[in-house]
Design a protein around this ligand. Structure first.
Ligand SMILES: Nc1ncnc2c1ncn2[C@@H]1O[C@H](COP(=O)(O)OP(=O)(O)O)[C@@H](O)[C@H]1O
Ligand SMILES: O=C(O)C1=C[C@@H](OP(=O)(O)O)[C@@H](O)[C@H](O)C1
Ligand SMILES: [Mg+2]
Length: 182
């Protein structure tokens, strides 16, 4: 039996705190629907030859946000795709503008505590040196995620597979994800 393939009418941005499952869900959703997916971190890692955390440490907050904005700009110029954004992308004004004006934003919600439980290697992300730091960074960002969100999905007690189905349904209902053939 042939599966249904889909096309996107607009780029879809997955936003939310580290550990929300944006990267995992973007891949699942893309595989499930036959779509292209992209990840700001993976793209920057390929381009600059180092991990996102190393890039963050080397470029600093401002430099890293600038690189993210440039990456988003490239993504939105191409064919619409599912875009897993780095958790701090909302700290960049240019990135917020792109997310607000160029597509549909799905806020994948996770609590700071759940995020810390999921990320087994705390050395792989900035800000994970203490729970106070994780909580305070999250607190600053939540209003920005909420402001940009076209829709919010809760990742608590849900597998990435279930989340991908939930987001797929939402995107179909919103007319953003359209079946192309049986
Ligand atoms: N829905 C989920 N429930 C539990 N753990 C998850 C879920 N989605 C992803 N994870 C795990 O959490 C960690 C971070 O996932 P990732 O997709 O990299 O998140 P993000 O890109 O939002 O930082 C990974 O170890 C991943 O396997
Ligand atoms: O929140 C942040 O500032 C960051 C989140 C990470 O992405 P994920 O949200 O995909 O983990 C990555 O961009 C980098 O380590 C910085
Ligand atoms: Mg990610």
């Amino acid at each position: 039996m042939e599966r249904t393939l889909y096309t996107l009418t607009r780029p879809v941005f997955l936003i939310g705190f580290m550990g929300a499952g944006k990267t995992t869900m973007a891949r699942r959703l893309a595989r499930e629907c036959g779509l292209i997916c992209a990840d700001t971190d993976r793209c920057m890692e390929r381009k600059y030859g180092m991990s996102a955390k190393e890039l963050y440490e080397q470029a600093g907050e401002e430099g890293f946000r600038q690189m993210e904005a440039e990456t988003l700009e490239e993504f939105v110029q191409g064919e619409p795709r599912i875009i897993a954004c780095g958790g701090g992308i909302v700290m960049g004004e240019r990135s917020r503008e792109i997310i607000r004006t160029c597509g549909f934003a799905v806020y994948v919600h996770v609590t700071a505590d759940e995020s810390a439980e999921r990320i087994s290697n705390h050395d792989s992300r900035p800000f994970f040196h203490s729970m106070e730091s994780v909580r305070s960074v999250n607190q600053v960002r939540v209003p920005l995620y909420e402001e940009l969100a076209d829709v919010t999905v809760d990742s608590s007690s849900r597998t990435s597979g279930r989340m991908a189905y939930e987001v797929k349904d939402i995107l179909v209902k919103e007319g953003i994800l359209c079946p192309v053939r049986k």
